[in-house]
Structures are given as C-alpha cells and as structure tokens.
Design a protein around this ligand. Structure first.
Ligand SMILES: Cc1cc2nc3c(=O)[nH]c(=O)nc-3n(C[C@H](O)[C@H](O)[C@H](O)COP(=O)(O)OP(=O)(O)OC[C@H]3O[C@@H](n4cnc5c(N)ncnc54)[C@H](O)[C@@H]3O)c2cc1C
Ligand SMILES: NC(=O)c1ccc[n+]([C@@H]2O[C@H](COP(=O)([O-])OP(=O)(O)OC[C@H]3O[C@@H](n4cnc5c(N)ncnc54)[C@H](O)[C@@H]3O)[C@@H](O)[C@H]2O)c1
Length: 469
C-alpha cells in the first residue's frame, strides 16, 4: 500500500492540475487509457473535440465546391484521401498524447503515473488494477476526473451486429459507402457532416422530429430543414432490432411510416455519454451521486467526502471541455488554498456545434424563458441582411437574441450560420460582465462590413423599454 498527498483519477482535464506549485506534493495520476489504443490524455485530445474538429475542417473543405457555383466560381471535388486525412490528424495528436504520458512518467519527479483502472474501496482508498496486478493507494486528497464514455442503447442485436462509437469511428480503415447514425445530438450531427462531406451516404435515425432538439426551437428547425437536404433523415423512429449479414448492417425501425429496414455498411451509435461513476465505484468511496448518476460536487467542486474533489464529465451537468477546464482550475485553486475556496461559474455556459451549418448558443432558449416565466424581448437578424452575408450569399443563417426588457441585460443568444462559434463570443463576454444590450450596440465600433454586424443589428432591434443610464 502506498499513501500520497494527492491522487488524481483521469488524465484528461485532471492532468492539467499539477504544476510547479505542487512541487512539494507527493502526487499519483491514475489513467486506464482511452480509445482503441488505450492512450493518455483523455477524451478531448484523443477521441473528442480535437480530432473531430480536425475532421470537420477537412469536411468543410470538401464541401466548398458544392457552394461555390452560386458565387460564379466553379470548383470540382476530385476526391478525398481518407487514410491520409486520418493519418495526418492522428499523426499530430498521438505524439501529443505520448509526450504527455512521458512527461508524467519520467519528467515530473514528484508525480507517479499509475497505468490502470482505479476503483474506490473506501473514502480516499483505492485499488488500481494494473498490468502487474492490483495496487492499493490511499491519499489525503483525491481528485475524481474520470470522465464519461459513449452510452449504448439497449437495442436487441446491437452487440452481435457490431457498431462504431466516437471512440472508434475516426480510425476506420476505409470510408464505407453508407453509414447509419443513431442519435441526433452533438456527436451525431458533427460526424454525419464529416462522413457525408467525405462522400459517405448518411442516414440519421432520430427519436423525435428534430435534430439537436435541445437547441432553441427555431434553430433546431432550421438545422433539421437544411440537414434533410443532405442526409436521409428518419425522424420519429424507434430502433427495434439490429442485425448484420456479411458486410451489411440492418436496423429495423418503427415510425410514422410503419416498420422500415435501413441498411448500411457501418452503424455509428451516438446516443449520449454516461459518467464513469460505476468504473470508479464511487459509491464504495462514499461519494454521493446525483439522480442522473453523476458524482455530486458542490459549487467549489467538493464532493460529499472530505478531501475528495470532482470535475468534468463525471460530475458536471455540462459535458463540455471548456467547462471541465474551468472546473479543473477551480479544483487546482482550492487544493492550494483550502482557507480561501473559490466557486465554479456556471451562469452562462456556451456551446457550439461544429456541423454544417455551425450553431452556437449561450443562455436561455425562448422555450426555457417562457417555461420559467422570465420576462424577455427577442430579436432576430439574418446573415442575408448584413453586407458580409450578401458576400457569402447566405440564405439560411440567423441570430436570435433574448434580453431583459427593463435592464437590457442579455439572457440568451443563438446563432446558426458561418462562424457562429466565433460570432457568439462578444455576447458571452457581455453576459459575463453585465454589459447591457444598448451599451454593447452603441458604445463601441463594429467593423464594417464584418460578420459581427449580425450581432450588432440584432442588438439594435431589441425592443428595450428603459434606456440604461
Ligand atoms: C466526439 C466528441 C467530440 C467532442 N467535442 C467537443 C467540443 O467540440 N467542445 C467541447 O467543449 N467538448 C467536446 N466534447 C466533450 C469533451 O471531450 C469532454 O467534455 C471532456 O473531454 C471531458 O473531460 P474530462 O476531463 O471530464 O474527462 P476525460 O477527458 O474523458 O478524462 C477522463 C479520463 O479518465 C480515465 N478514466 C476513467 N475511469 C478511470 C478509472 N477508473 N481509472 C483510471 N482512469 C480512468 C479515462 O480513460 C480518461 O482518460 C466532445 C466529446 C466527444 C466524445
Ligand atoms: N461541439 C461540442 O461541444 C461537442 C461535440 C460532441 C460532443 N460533445 C459533448 O458530448 C456529449 C455527448 O454527445 P452525444 O451527441 O452523444 O449526446 P447528446 O446528448 O448530445 O445526444 C444524444 C442523442 O441520442 C439520442 N438518444 C439517446 N438515447 C437514445 C436511444 N436509446 N435511441 C436512440 N436515440 C437515443 C438523444 O435523443 C439525442 O439525440 C454531448 O452532450 C456534448 O456535451 C460536445
């Protein structure tokens, strides 16, 4: 048995906690390895944000010719070299993961890297299953940063038929002619974009009538309309059974058009992610769980057990890297400053969906504002009504802003269209720093004729009742 000052479970966002300020601490980082090759560094780097966005950029480039003709420029897509795209992406990512592992194994004198799966056997007591057998570790403090994994729905035949998840789909040997995507959330629509742009025939199965149905309803409707022109959408469908025959997988579904059989060479399951609470046996560690199975953490990221902190996907209601990073900084501060704890700021958590078109969102949707009885005014403005939108010939993008009619403070922003994840940033800034819509619109220059004029115009349209002093 070995006792440490600090044990961190998970090398994703947890890896960034230990810096030179911890030089006097005896630290262990435990990592089981993620993805098909069991690598170091967590989801975002290896099987999440970073490779997906690198694939999205290649996909956007492949789609450029499809939209160029309307500008009078005729481009032609002569082909995509999948193996080259894949190897370029992982040729950049894999060495970063390996370098991160080497640094912790060899370059951090006060850090012991334990490769294996940790599970609690008591408060701040763990057993790690390593290749050399079980190792017992105890610690004064533990950081639970063990993340989440793809959820797999209980559809008969799925396991025997074989399926891909976001952990495996990006490393395919070759592009299949056809792919069925089960799930209509972030992962489903980002990867449907990637594979369809690269030439795969994509069929998407959704349980409701809308893709991305947690977005503001107008945004989800617009996105669904546009996606329906690219992908074979089978909405309001229930998957009954899956089977594979040779190289073909069949998904039997039921829906408004009765029973149907969908066929493809590959099936991607993208139906959410479950926190790894079970893998770490959180309950044996005395950790309180939330109703939906996450490790409970208060606003300082403290769990229900003294000395145990939690962050990221295993505890957060937001499965987003910028949130995990923020929470890791809060845990880092609170480990170092137990007498001056700080709290996580979850007031305005933004997100972006890197599909085609892009979506970005922060704050309340219109439905949420109505449901919660929040008084609001809203304004929308189309890309087609700003000069740069004319340049791009955009006909489908728009922004919707929600604001408090009295104070002018922004309550929500939702954008669908080119560069949405970038365009939303000034709104996030305004919400965080309490800048009202009128001051934001009138109190600064907006570069003409740049894309942020989209936000400026919507701000000016908000029908605010009282001008702030
Ligand atoms: C395909 C995809 C795309 C994404 N794109 C984006 C995006 O564009 N933007 C965004 O903000 N977010 C995105 N996300 C979400 C983002 O990746 C996660 O929110 C974030 O990586 C979570 O970080 P984490 O530190 O909580 O967990 P992780 O990074 O998953 O780290 C947890 C680590 O703990 C290890 N572990 C688990 N259990 C044990 C155990 N018992 N013992 C030892 N080690 C263990 C795991 O192997 C893993 O390495 C994406 C996710 C996916 C799947
Ligand atoms: N750009 C980004 O920030 C980004 C990108 C990818 C993933 N992520 C994060 O990863 C998380 C996981 O992504 P995701 O797309 O897997 O989850 P999600 O929660 O976004 O979407 C899950 C989808 O699966 C459907 N679903 C759930 N159970 C089902 C079942 N039994 N049968 C059929 N459909 C079912 C849901 O209705 C939903 O459409 C996201 O919540 C997000 O936080 C973020």
């Amino acid at each position: 048995m070995r006792h440490y000052d600090l044990v961190i479970i998970g090398s994703g966002s947890g890896n960034s906690i230990v810096d030179e300020r911890f030089a006097q601490w005896d630290v262990a980082i435990v990592e089981k390895g993620i993805g098909p090759d069991s690598v170091y560094g967590g989801t975002c780097l290896n099987v999440g944000c970073i490779p997906t966005k690198m694939f999205v950029h290649a996909a956007d480039t492949a789609r450029t010719p499809a939209g160029s003709g309307r500008l009078g420029v005729d481009l032609e897509l002569r082909g995509v070299r999948w193996a080259e795209i894949r190897d370029r992406i992982f040729g950049r990512i894999d060495p970063i993961a390996a370098g991160g592992e080497r640094y912790r194994a060899e370059g951090s004198p006060n850090v012991t890297l334990i490769k294996g799966t940790a599970r609690f056997t008591g408060p701040r007591e763990l057993v790690v299953e390593t290749a050399a057998g079980p190792e017992v570790v105890t610690a004064d403090r533990v950081v639970v940063a063990a993340g989440s994994r793809p959820a797999v729905p209980d559809v008969p035949g799925l396991d025997t038929a074989g399926y891909l998840t976001s952990d495996t789909v990006m490393r395919l040997d070759e592009l299949p002619p056809r792919m069925i995507v089960m799930g209509t959330g972030f992962v489903g629509v980002e990867l449907a974009h990637v594979f369809s742009a690269l030439g795969v025939e994509v069929t998407v199965i959704g349980r409701s009538g809308l893709l991305l149905r947690n977005e503001d309803a107008d945004i989800a409707r617009r996105f669904t309309d546009i996606a329906g022109q690219r992908w074979d959408l089978r909405m309001d469908r229930r998957a009954l059974r899956v089977e594979r025959e040779g190289g073909v997988v069949r998904v039997y579904v039921d829906g408004p058009e009765g029973p149907e059989t969908l066929e493809a060479e590959e099936l991607l399951v993208a139906t959410g992610r479950v926190p790894n609470t079970d893998l770490i046996d959180a309950v044996a560690g005395g950790l309180k769980l939330t109703d939906d199975g996450r490790v409970y953490a208060d606003s300082t990221q403290a769990t229900s057990v003294e000395g145990v902190w939690a962050l990221g996907d295993i505890s957060s209601p937001y499965q987003l890297k910028h949130v995990a990073n923020h929470e890791a900084r809060v845990v880092q501060h609170n480990l170092l400053n137990p007498a001056a704890l700080v709290e996580s700021d979850h007031r305005f958590v933004p997100h972006a969906v890197f599909s085609a078109p892009r979506i970005a969102s922060v704050g309340l949707t219109e439905d949420q504002a109505r449901r919660d009885g929040v008084e609001y005014v809203s304004a929308t403005h189309a890309y087609a009504d700003i000069a740069y939108g004319w340049a791009m010939e955009d006909t489908t993008g728009f922004v919707k802003l929600l604001a408090d009619p009295i104070t002018g403070l922004l309550l929500g922003a939702h954008i669908i269209g080119p560069e949405a994840p970038t365009l939303i940033q000034p709104v996030i800034q305004a919400m965080h720093f309490g800048l009202d819509a009128r001051t934001m619109a009138r109190g600064q220059y907006w570069i003409h004729p740049a894309m942020p004029e989209l936000v400026e115009n919507a701000l000016l349209k908000l029908d605010l009742r009282v001008a702030p002093a």
